[in-house]
Ligand binder design. Structure first.
Ligand SMILES: NC(=O)c1ccc[n+]([C@@H]2O[C@H](COP(=O)([O-])OP(=O)(O)OC[C@H]3O[C@@H](n4cnc5c(N)ncnc54)[C@H](O)[C@@H]3O)[C@@H](O)[C@H]2O)c1
Length: 334
């Protein structure tokens, strides 16, 4: 099978590309290597994917380009006969979206339309969209189910992700595309984005610098290990490709379905790394929501999704990766 992965050089995209290659699929990636975080990290991810492709004897090619570039996408889709698209390229993150809402709207909103339009023209029928738990906004009913109302997003990022889900529905209805929208809940693991809590906190602890804690540390997150997310994405690809009489569109939560407070998370990193954190309590930031918590009964039932990595084991694996890959390069003056 030929799979187009947008955002292939990123955190989740690089893990997904490797999983697909290990399963002997051909992977065509596209990424613009932007500087939201160091492009050098994305180039390193790409090198890891290439090694995996070589080991697996599977085809991998990554195009350096922007999903907003319709001509680039059309020529790429003309060159490779794509069976399924997994769309992960996006401007990610809640807080930075408040600083630069127009950029988030352009890449996540317009970029998704341009990609779907290129897929329509190329006759591609199977599409997976990387959405986010942030669409639940200030939902007070926990755990969050896919049937809960999601009309009141709390940040530009959340609004663009919900818009992406709605645009996907339009393409499903108008052009009979099979589409799965996957709501990822705070993903962590090796190669995690440097702006995300677990990596940021660990980095600061190893440098002996204070960790900024917004609020009193009681906010809860459903932290999900990246291998479990990849398993869910692979299962949603299978779901998309299963033959049915009518085209499919559905939304699935991919989370661990367990919550951890920020304070518990820091204690866990301290225990696992054997280092003490310095904490700096700061006022809450706009856009932050007090809890995320996934109801995964639908994903379990329909996709067969079954996360296997509780946070204690996931943090241990993350710290092992961090010590091996990043500690030798730590510059304590930063
Ligand atoms: N990591 C999480 O916890 C999380 C949670 C919910 C949703 N998501 C979603 O999952 C997807 C992947 O997230 P991630 O954490 O791997 O982020 P990431 O930033 O590591 O990966 C995104 C990749 O997309 C690329 N990209 C950005 N804009 C592009 C453009 N215009 N054209 C081509 N490539 C572009 C980036 O260079 C990057 O490599 C995103 O859609 C994100 O919104 C992530």
């Amino acid at each position: 099978m030929n799979v187009l992965v947008t955002g292939a050089a990123g955190f989740i995209g690089s893990h997904l590309s490797e999983a697909l290659l290990r399963n002997s699929h051909r992977v065509i990636g596209v990424d613009n290597f932007n500087d939201f975080y160091s492009p050098a990290l994305k180039r390193q991810n790409l090198e890891e994917i290439k090694k995996t492709a070589e080991k697996a004897g599977a085809f991998f090619q990554c195009y350096s380009g922007d999903i907003c570039d319709a001509d680039m996408l059309e020529s790429l889709l003309a060159e490779h006969k794509i069976d399924v698209v997994v769309h992960l390229a996006a401007m990610a993150g809640v807080r930075p979206s408040i600083q630069n809402p127009a950029l988030y709207e352009r890449v996540n909103g317009l970029g998704t339309v341009i990609l779907l339009e290129a897929c329509r023209k190329a006759g591609i029928k199977n599409f997976i969209f990387g959405s986010s738990s942030s669409v639940y906004g200030l939902n007070t009913k926990v755990p969050f189910a896919e049937s809960d109302p999601v009309c009141l997003p709390f940040s530009p990022y959340a609004a663009t992700k919900r818009a992406g889900e709605l645009t996907c529905h339009v393409y499903h209805r108008l052009y009979s595309m099979n589409i799965a929208c996957l709501r990822f809940f705070t993903v962590y693991g090796p190669r995690q984005r440097p702006d995300l809590a677990i990596r940021k906190f660990t980095d600061l602890i190893y440098r002996g610098k204070p960790i900024p804690i917004y609020g009193d540390g009681s906010f809860k997150r459903d932290f999900t290990y990246v291998d479990d997310i990849i398993d869910g994405v692979m299962k949603s690809v299978d779901w998309c490709l299963e033959k049915t009489d009518v085209p499919k569109y559905d939304i699935f939560n991919l989370g661990e379905s367990a919550t951890t407070t920020v304070s518990e998370l820091i204690e866990l990193i301290e225990r696992t790394s054997g280092r003490k954190a310095k904490k700096e309590f700061l006022p809450l930031e706009p856009g932050d929501v007090p809890v995320t918590f996934a109801d995964i009964s639908k994903s379990k039932k329909i996709l067969g999704y079954n996360p296997q990595t509780p946070i204690s084991r996931g943090i241990r694996r993350f710290i092992e990766w961090f010590e091996k890959s990043l500690v030798p390069t730590l510059d304590k003056t930063r």
